[in-house]
Design a protein around this ligand. Structure first.
Ligand code: ADP
Ligand code: MG
Length: 730
């Protein structure tokens, strides 16, 4: 029996894994594995608690001695929950998370065994980090980097089986000061945005002292039976199928979207949700997605720093919990050709410490003007830095999705809806007419009344937009499902901070010249609307017409990662990131290098998998069938039957033989193309060669012939589970 038949049988005999989840309220378990401020209050002295809160709220440094107290409080709490080990938890540039566990257990000089957790161990660790990507930032001979505690993200306990580990969220930096992870730059961007936004808020409200970006992500994923996945080396090794003929029934009936959730998947969802609640991840919604076997979950939004941690933690939890249900979660952007891919919408807004959402239209003329200010500045930021925003979501796997007519195109544009387009036009038509007192009437646009209209407008058409305003937040929809949100969020917050700083400078200059504050603000808003108009687009982002129109407007349309990444190292990018203190030149160069290398490796692995599968699965199965046909034809011939009675077999034989030969030739040519690419020393050139000369040249071609063979060869001989099995059996 082949692995495939075995797997298919296994699925039909599989049972729903009923998990023992207390039927109790979510609030009963929520955050039970998190060292929340409430827990801290219980386990820490007054001094330690105050110091911790000051650090969480205001970024105040915690001194070593107090850190010692905090560490022992944390240990006491963790031990009360059965924890034996701790780890610094960080997000290196590999894209996943890293941890190295140490036990609390130690031996003292005299041999006494004790458990301890010292302040120093909480604050700083030195993982042997030489094998994390660093883009040349740390020469290997001094492969020293350290992880530093980030008190703004609370420690949590990860449970694996009966083992429990205390995880301390940290940032990861080189001894020379450069950041080696996704978190440190994000925190800098958040701070930079805070400063800029508070300055601008203070034109309207002097009470605002802090502005925090908020993030609510929506995670899409596929769930496939584990036995079936194990019989597909491509899914095991690259998280996507490199071959597979689209089944007779795919998603054309649209019967999966919002349909009832299959029982086995439902049990899995409840299980991972429960684990997530314990970790304080505020999951709120779950539903089926468009493609068969595709689902989505989304939490209540949080401060961006926490939301980023929670998303990456969730991806990890989902992957682990799926195993208990003999399922596999696919987070890849495009696991199946011809079927929708997965994204991770990043809903983003700005919240003040006075409780105002700066992207929610206000109730009074004054709050409306504040809304308009942040709304227009965001549009202007996306306009000015569209190329950098595009680069922030570039990856080998997202390349399969962007522009594939189910996800936004690679062209960055902003959707604001009919009503706000009208408002922007209203403001714009006053260009040139100098504002005087009467023009203050424009400040009285009643945005609030129009919210229902806004929301109606936002139901469907904006699905094709990469960056859409959805009533009280912007939704960055081009982010890939495997991505760490930290990178796109670092970029978005930086470009908005930069734009707000320039905005404030222009407003101040006008005020200095004698303009009234509101008039000055309105004038700069007007100017920004005019200068960023070309980024606004309300139509169908999938259409050919938009691609032409975008080209006319001069909007970049970079479809592949190796060239999209260029935007990270232009003079413009260097100026932006250095002035806002997010990345230094060398950090930018290093990150550029790392992303290119990741791209190369991903394509390389997929190319190898294609070769392996073609050689070890596709060709052997096809040859077996070719032999069956050959034998059949020769027996028919021996029996002296007229050839017109086995014309079909002859055609089949010819077709099967042709496709076998094509697969064989193309796989060998692709190997040669890889060798050529491997000899290129410049990383960017090498990535481009992998894209153009390996991937674009051969992937689709090889797949075409393999998928033809899948349709021709006897089903019993075919060894790889087919799409209809992967997507519909559970
Ligand atoms: P959708 O129609 O896209 O499902 P929802 O209202 O359900 O819209 O919101 C989707 C996501 O947006 C959720 O994660 C939600 O928490 C988040 N969200 C809502 N308001 C904000 C905000 N002010 N800032 C950031 N995210 C937000
Ligand atoms: Mg949404």
């Amino acid at each position: 029996m082949s692995l495939r038949t075995d797997a298919v049988n296994h699925v039909s005999h599989g049972n729903v894994n009923s998990v023992d989840i207390k039927g109790a309220k979510i609030t009963g378990v929520f955050g039970e594995n998190v060292f929340t401020q409430k827990t801290a209050r219980e386990y820490l002295s007054d001094e330690a608690y105050k110091s911790l809160v000051a650090s969480i709220k205001g970024g105040k440094k915690i001194d070593r001695q107090v850190a010692g107290q905090i560490a022992s409080g944390m240990r006491a709490w963790a031990e009360s929950k059965g924890v034996t080990h701790y780890t610094h938890w960080f997000q290196p540039l590999t894209g996943s998370t890293a941890e190295k566990h140490d036990s609390f257990f130690t031996l003292k000089g005299d041999g006494t065994a004790i458990e301890e957790f010292e302040g120093a161990a909480l604050i700083q660790q030195e993982p042997d980090a030489s094998s994390f990507p660093n883009g040349g930032l740390r020469a290997t001979f001094e492969a020293r980097g350290y992880t530093a505690w980030d008190p703004s993200s609370p420690p949590f306990i990860i449970e694996i089986g009966n083992g429990k580990t205390l995880c301390i969220p940290t940032i990861f930096i080189a001894y020379t000061g450069e950041s080696l992870d996704y978190k440190a730059p994000l925190m800098k961007a958040v701070e930079s945005l805070n400063k800029a936004a508070v300055t601008v808020c203070n034109y309207f409200d002097k009470n605002v002292t802090k502005v925090t970006p908020t993030l609510g992500w929506e995670q899409e994923y596929f769930v496939i039976d584990e036995a079936l996945v194990n019989a597909r080396p491509d899914l095991v090794q690259c998280g996507r199928t490199v071959f597979g003929f689209t089944p007779a029934k795919g998603q054309q009936l649209e019967d999966h979207y919002f349909g009832s959730i299959p029982e086995r998947v439902y049990a899995f969802m409840r299980d991972f949700e429960n684990e997530s609640y314990k970790l304080g991840i505020p999951l709120r919604t779950r539903h089926n997605e468009v493609a068969p076997a595709q689902f989505e979950c989304a939490p209540i939004f949080e401060e961006v720093n926490i939301a980023v941690d929670h998303n990456i933690l969730l991806m990890d939890v989902m992957t682990r919990v799926a195993k208990r249900h003999r399922l596999v979660v696919l987070l890849h952007e495009k696991p199946f050709a011809g079927i929708n891919g997965s994204g991770k919408h990043n809903n983003w807004s700005l919240a003040t410490d006075t409780g105002v959402n700066l992207l929610a239209p206000g109730k009074t003329p004054k709050t409306n003007l504040m809304f308009l200010t942040f709304f227009v500045n965001t549009i202007k930021a996306v306009h000015d830095y569209a190329d950098i925003l595009r680069a922030s979501i570039a990856s080998a796997s997202n390349d399969f999705r962007l522009g594939a007519n189910e996800a936004p195109p690679a062209i960055i544009s902003v959707f604001v809806g009919e009503y706000l387009t009208k408002v922007l036009n209203d403001v714009e038509t006053r260009v040139g007419t100098k504002f005087d007192e009467q023009d203050e009437a424009i400040l009285k646009i009643d945005l609030h009344r129009s919210i229902p209209e806004l929301l109606i407008d936002n139901t469907d058409r904006n699905r094709t937009s990469p960056f859409a305003f959805t009533g009280n937040k912007f939704e960055f929809r081009a982010v890939g499902s495997t991505a760490n949100c930290a990178l796109p969020m670092t970029i978005l917050n930086t470009i908005v901070a930069d734009t707000l700083n320039k905005f404030a400078a222009e407003v101040d200059a006008l005020i200095e010249k004698g303009d009234k504050k509101e008039i000055a603000i309105m004038q700069v808003i007007q100017k920004y609307i005019v200068s960023s108009k070309k980024i606004l687009f309300e139509g169908d982002g999938y259409s050919e017409a938009w691609h032409k129109e975008a080209e006319k407007r001069g909007l970049p349309n970079l479809k592949t990662t190796p060239v999209a990444l260029d935007a990270m190292v232009t003079e413009k990018a260097k100026k932006l990131f250095v002035e806002n203190r997010i990345y230094t030149h060398s950090e930018l160069e290093a990150r550029h290098e790392i992303e290119l290398e990741k791209y190369i490796k991903k394509v390389q692995i997929e190319a190898r998998i294609m070769g392996d599968l073609a050689t070890n699965h596709i060709i052997p199965a096809s040859i077996k069938y070719q032999n069956v046909l050959l034998k059949n034809v020769s027996l028919l011939r021996e029996a002296s039957l007229p050839e017109k009675l086995y014309k079909g077999q002859l055609t089949l034989l010819k077709d099967v033989s042709t496709h076998i030969q094509e697969v064989y030739d193309n796989v060998h040519e692709m190997v040669e193309a890889r060798k050529v690419a491997n000899n290129i020393s410049d990383t960017r050139e090498k990535a481009i060669a992998y894209e153009a000369k390996v991937k674009a040249q051969y992937f689709d071609k090889i797949r075409y012939h393999v998928d033809k063979l899948e349709q021709l060869v006897d089903d019993e001989l075919w060894t790889l589970p087919k799409y209809r099995e992967l997507l519909f059996l559970r």
